[in-house]
Design a protein around this ligand. Sequence first.
Ligand code: OOG
Ligand code: MG
Length: 262
Amino acid sequence: MISPQLAATLARRLETAAQQRTEIDCLSLEYPELNEADAYAVQRALRELAQARGVRVAGTKAGLTAKAKQQAMGVFEPIYGFIGADTIVEDGEALSPWELIHPRAEPETAFILARDLCGPGVTPEMAIAATDAIAPALEVIDSRYRGFSFTFADVIADNASAARVVLGKPRADPNKLDLALLGMVFDQDGEVLDTAAGAAVLGSPANAVAWLANKLAEVEEWLPAGALVMPGGMCNAYPLVANSLVRARFDGLGEVSFRVAT
Ligand code: OOG
Ligand code: MG
């Protein structure tokens, strides 16, 4: 296990890369022995740095929960990261790509929890029962690593490439949706980029939320009431193009969009 000092040093390296918008080499190049537990220790140190800047943690994201995403990134296991309240963007707002390094957008169905969800033993049914509402969302991911390329440990340390969450205004009762069958069309200026159904995400996004609660239990953490939970992108992520309108429409749920500033 890496020392708390090294975890803090590596977290500062990632934080500086994000703040200065400069790509860095993968941590695994210098520390090839970095394992999953080490990487989550770096991520927690990164979260502490954000909290020390006054950032509130608004929720948790799961990532690499869809086969399309796993294949695109060459990492075949789900991961998680934290969502800083300062990274949440309102539906319809413009997003400045120059604040980020090489941002990409991906559609997700956001969960807003009514009650704590604490593993182990959380089932998808329990995840739905603890959910207040589902909202359409677009996550903007941005790797701090050169060429948006990384190992499993690298991407965990880099807070699962978290950068922005564009949270849609519509809200739906999870009991009124068939989450596995929920169809989605992802477009840029009306041109279809990709399509998917909820089942792309571990069979159902509710499975991803249950996985997340159970995974967090390994480090005695949980998903608290009021948290925003992102279950993972339903299809590939696409690079932001200046001055375009990025939109995702969900069957029975509504849509979310943002404009990419020039
Ligand atoms: C890792 C983050 C993945 C998702 O929804 O799958 C993620 C990455 O692809 O850079 O947020
Ligand atoms: Mg995502």
